[in-house]
Write a protein that binds this ligand. Structure first.
Ligand code: FES
Length: 325
């Protein structure tokens, strides 16, 4: 599915009032939340790979992959790992949220859509399984071949291990404390035409996967990152102009600020969430110019196509950039 089409699936500007219907332990330090609308009305539909933003009681917003059945409009499920160094999101959910509480959600938005392919390889690291599970379900239902590598530090901390889709010969479960370092390169095998690799997990695993799949064509590896990729600092004195074509606004972006910040200061409303180039909320169409991509979402092919960019982190290679906003 083209990325632009995926973006239109989102309802990121609207918030939905949700009731926390139930909470249960899915693994050590992983809580599964069942969410419903308090008025019993149907929830927005979604497709595998979609996430919602939860607006927590503290005001913090965090993205969580939907991991229930996409066709079930009565209920959403997300699973939340208690981060060892929480910036407030996972701690707030684990310590403060309880069944019966209300919480606001934005979305769903799908920046990690499932493309049509002949065969699929899924790599999930830790809580990344939540993004991948609905994809496995859709592919299994379509009768397409797939393999799954589910990696984690310890078995006890790996969620959904009892899920029916994570059993059988197509699935390799590899807790590091039992099996040591997993050989991703050997598991991936040779690049195969028509095969797409989907991966979600911690930065270290995704960096290793990028390295292991270096021989694969750029568009065949699709990843969703929790943490942003690390880029060199923006060079001092790097300045460019941005024209927001639809708004009729022009701003100057200095090295110390982002396109998104400058547009917001100029009164151009831009949907945003993570501000780190990992959620896709601020994806904007490029009309003219060339982006210097600094996001962690677009594939190398999508970046090279220069059609859209994440304006919370990405910049311009040329003195002027024209955006459809
Ligand atoms: Fe999340 Fe820009 S706000 S990618």
């Amino acid at each position: 599915m083209p990325r632009g089409e995926a973006m239109r699936l989102g309802t990121v500007d609207e918030t939905t009032d949700l009731l926390v219907r139930d909470m249960r332990w899915e693994a050590e330090d992983v809580l599964r939340l069942g969410l419903e609308r308090p008025d019993g009305k149907p929830l927005p539909t979604w497709e595998p790979g979609a996430h919602i933003d939860l607006v927590l009681p503290s005001g913090i917003e965090r993205q969580y992959s939907l991991c229930s059945d996409p066709s079930d409009a009565t209920r959403w499920e997300v699973a939340v790992l208690r981060e060892p160094v929480s910036r407030g999101g996972s701690r707030s959910i684990h310590d403060e949220l309880r069944p019966g509480a209300r919480v606001q959600a934005r979305g769903p938005v799908n920046t990690f859509p499932l493309a049509d392919a002949e065969e699929y390889l899924f790599v999930a690291g830790g809580i990344g399984i939540t993004a991948v599970l609905p994809m496995i379900e859709a592919v299994a239902r379509a009768g397409k071949p797939y393999r799954v590598a589910y990696l984690g530090r310890e078995r006890a901390r790996m969620a959904y291990l009892g899920h029916p889709l994570l059993q059988g010969p197509a699935v390799t479960v590899a807790p590091r404390d039992e099996r040591g370092r997993f050989d991703l390169e050997a598991w991936l095998g040779e690049p195969a035409a028509g095969t797409v690799v989907y991966a979600c997990g911690p930065a270290r695993m995704l960096d290793a996967l990028e390295e292991a799949s270096a021989a694969w064509p750029g568009g065949e590896l699709r990843m969703e990152r929790f943490q942003p990729k690390v880029f060199a600092d923006v060079a001092d004195g790097s300045v460019f102009e941005v024209e927001a074509r639809r708004s009729g606004v022009r701003v100057t972006v200095e090295s110390s600020c982002t396109i998104l910040e400058m547009l917001e200061q100029a009164g151009v409303p831009v949907p945003s969430s993570c501000l780190e180039g990992v959620c896709g909320t601020c994806e904007t169409v490029i009309v003219d110019g060339e982006a210097e991509h600094r996001d962690s979402i677009l594939t190398p092919d999508e970046q090279a196509a220069n059609e859209t960019m994440m304006i919370c982190v990405s910049r311009s290679k040329l003195p002027t950039l024209v955006l459809d906003i």
